[in-house]
Structures are given as C-alpha cells and as structure tokens.
Ligand binder design. Structure first.
Ligand SMILES: Nc1ncnc2c1ncn2[C@@H]1O[C@H](COP(=O)(O)OP(=O)(O)OP(=O)(O)O)[C@@H](O)[C@H]1O
Length: 229
C-alpha cells in the first residue's frame, strides 16, 4: 500500500541556520507516530510545514500517491490534514459551535453536522461542557474540545503539537486514551511531544529530530517504558 504521505529532501532554514535537513519521511495510513527531539530541534516547525502553516525551502512530496507541491498548499492536503496547536484558539461561542464550525465552513448539511458533533462530544467525554464558553475551560477540557473539533473533520492525518503538555492526572490520561481510537478508525496521527507515556504507547512509531536529521525508530511492541526514548 502507498504511504499516505512521503517526503524526500525536506530542508528548512531560519536566518542562515539549517534547522531541518530530512532525507526521507514516510507516513503510513492508520499509524500513530511520536515526534521527539530536544527543545528547539524543529518539531513544531516540521508539523507546521506538514500542515501548510510554514513553507519549506525545498521538499519532494507525494500525498496519497500523487506528487504535489507544498506551496501553494494543495487542497487535497488541506482537506485531509488537521493541525491541533498546543494552545488551541477557540471562538467565544459555545463548545458545541466551536466543534461544528469546521463542518459548516465545508458546507456540510446541518443534520449531518448535528450528528457528527454529537458523536464527537460523546467520544471526547465533554457532553457536560457543550454549552460552555471555551475561554473558561481548563487546559485538559480545552484539549479534548480541540480533539473533538479535529475529529469531526475525519482527518486522514492529525498533527498534535504537545497534546498533553501542561496536563496532569486525569486530564492527561483522558487525552492519551483518545489517541488510539483515532488510529483504530483509520487515521494517522503525529504527536510532537516529550510525554514518556505517549512515546511508549504500544504500536506507535517513533521519529526523532536530531541535528536537523530525522531518525526513525522501531514501532513499540508492548505497553512498557522505552529506554532511551
Ligand atoms: N518563524 C521563525 N523565525 C525564526 N526562527 C524560528 C521561527 N520559527 C521557529 N524558529 C526557530 O526554530 C527553532 C525550532 O523551533 P520549533 O518550535 O520548531 O522547535 P521545537 O522542537 O518544537 O521546540 P520545543 O520542544 O521547545 O517546542 C527554534 O530555535 C526557533 O526559535
């Protein structure tokens, strides 16, 4: 089966500094990845390039078997790839309306929107928050709303930037528990993170940025801590 997304020779510099110099990145369908690397190694920059929010200096890209240019960012990728920021920006309307927004922009009929929003609200365990204004939610609640908002769009690739940063206890576990269900439904997920529990999640393929290069590590086989992650 073709990779969902494959990129060769991706380079990105900021002010003469070569931040990324990636020979090959291949993202399979229905696979979760964690993207690690020290602070400032370029994780967010790579995710932003994949989401079309940042340009690459060069990159040879194939998406779903088709050769594409990243600039201008292709419609096929815009429809299929959803980026969730570490601090998601939300409208000052209700949680429910925030989740519905992306679908209404895409012209989805109202009855389908209502169905999908309801399903995502249940999935994320946020039914009690549906009428709340996102500005007043806790970090963990906001992150779950952001995941529900991404999920209704049925992305083929979901990019999560530090999905559990600043969360602890139950809030963190609730967010972690949602991730395998996305993959089981056929989506691929890349999580930029430092969270050891996410890094050690079974079935997850590990990617690491070191000195601008991308290293691929083995898929985790068992639910156990991975030394040296
Ligand atoms: N628009 C920009 N202009 C100049 N430098 C930038 C820009 N965006 C990012 N950088 C620099 O690129 C480097 C990588 O930043 P990036 O946010 O991608 O790292 P990161 O691996 O996600 O870090 P962290 O783990 O701390 O979140 C940093 O040194 C940052 O200052």
């Amino acid at each position: 089966m073709d990779a969902l997304l494959s990129i060769q020779r991706l380079q990105k510099s900021f002010h003469q500094r070569r931040l990324l110099d990636i020979e090959n990145l291949s993202i399979a369908q229905a696979q979760a990845y964690v993207l690690t690397g020290s602070n400032g190694s370029g994780k967010s920059t790579l995710m932003r390039i994949l989401a079309g929010l940042e340009s690459a200096d060069t990159a040879d890209v194939k998406f779903q078997g088709e050769t594409v240019q990243l600039s201008p960012y292709p419609r096929t990728m815009r429809d299929a790839i959803v980026y969730v920021h570490q601090h998601p920006v939300m409208f000052s309307t209700s949680v429910e309306e925030n989740i519905a927004y992306g679908l209404s922009v895409r012209g989805v009929p109202k009855n389908i929107i209502a169905e999908k929003v309801e399903e995502a609200i249940t999935w994320a365990g946020i039914a009690h928050l549906r009428a709340s204004v996102p500005g007043f939610l806790s970090g963990g609640e906001k992150q779950r709303v952001a995941l529900a908002r991404a999920r209704v769009l049925s992305p083929k690739l979901l990019l999560l930037d530090e999905p559990t940063a600043n969360l602890d206890g139950a809030a963190r576990e609730q967010v972690i528990a949602l991730i395998p269900t996305l993959v089981n439904e056929g989506g691929s997920v890349i999580m930029a993170c430092h969270d050891r529990d996410l890094i050690a999640m079974p079935g997850v393929q590990r990617l690491k940025i070191r000195d601008g290069k991308l290293e691929m590590r083995a898929v985790n086989l068992a639910p156990q801590a991975v030394p040296g992650a």
